[in-house]
Design a protein. Structure first.
Length: 299
């Protein structure tokens, strides 16, 4: 069963935040509650293979030469990479990819389903924290119902929204106990705190830095498992050492003749392998399970 159409705006027995709205599930087959605490999981490129799917669709729709490869995604922000243009142009291109069916074309990340079931078996509750916004909720829920049903307690959409659109259809698989959307953009750290999550599993080194730098009461030294051996997270994000060149779009770097220098700096930073305190790398879902089993045994 899916999230119901009756939007109350208030979760039962919970504090009311006037800036957020909560949509409760109508189904009975909600996941059983674990007792070991909550783990927060990002969606894109942790649960579903978004960027790999974007590579295929980009080549179908925009036909750049040489064709785009996953290795072109050297930065989490697309317009920092080859093949996108200005931030405004990028937003338009991404919208076309979504119109072309990006949601349902992205397969799950290998091993995600088995690993998530193992974490539940260990007694952990799972919540999704995604930077997607409310207008992407229906596509997101369809995908979860199709590929990873009956696993998640909550989905938090951190992107801001203006008008809440109820989900139109009921879905076969249970998506989540509740979905929380917001009238203002929320940080992942804020939601990790409000859901009392033990740590976040996320593929973005920017998110890893932000969560590691947030000061909230926390059990243990690890706040983020930086997921995946991806080109866009090969460099640990550190705004304190970021150069002006690293803040430029791909086109700006190209026009100023800085692409070679950028690549050299990137290689140097990859070798340094710097990560913020509280962040650990996990290459894939098997590594996540190994890490959590060890963490669990030590509690
Ligand atoms: Mg992601």
């Amino acid at each position: 069963m899916a999230l119901s159409n009756d939007i109350k705006g208030v979760a039962r027995g919970q504090e009311v935040d006037p800036d957020t709205e909560t949509i409760l599930a109508s189904g009975l087959a909600t996941p059983s509650k674990g007792s070991r605490g909550t783990i927060a999981v990002d969606m894109d490129d942790v649960l579903c293979q978004t960027n790999a799917t974007i590579v295929h669709m980009h080549n179908e729709l925009f036909d750049i030469q040489p064709p785009m490869k996953l290795d072109d995604f050297k930065n989490y922000l697309y317009w920092m990479n080859r093949g996108w243009g200005t931030p405004e142009e990028t937003v338009g291109m991404v919208a076309k990819l979504y119109q072309g069916g990006l949601y349902m074309r992205a397969p799950p990340v290998p091993g995600a389903k088995e690993a998530l079931h193992r974490l539940k078996e260990l007694g952990y509750n799972l919540v999704i924290i995604t930077a997607r916004s409310e207008n992407q909720r229906e596509g997101t829920e369809d995908w979860i119902a199709e590929y990873l049903p009956d696993i998640f307690d909550e989905i938090h959409f951190t992107g801001a929204f203006q008008h809440l659109e109820p989900t139109k259809e009921e879905k076969e698989g249970h998506v989540a106990r509740k979905a929380v959307v917001s009238h203002h953009k929320r940080s992942k750290a804020e939601i990790i705190h409000s859901t009392s999550s033990l740590f976040l599993i996320d593929d973005s080194s920017e998110n890893a830095y932000d969560v590691s730098a947030a000061t909230y009461p926390h059990e243990g030294p690890v706040k983020v498992l930086l997921f995946g051996d991806y080109p866009w997270n090969a460099v640990g994000h550190n705004p304190l050492t970021k150069t002006e060149m690293e803040g430029m779009t791909y086109h700006e770097k190209e026009q100023k003749g800085l692409l070679g220098e950028w690549e050299k700096l990137r290689e140097k930073k990859i070798k340094e392998a710097w990560l913020p305190d509280g962040v650990r790398r996990v290459g894939d879902w098997k590594a996540v399970v190994r890490w959590v089993e060890e963490f669990d045994a030590g509690r």
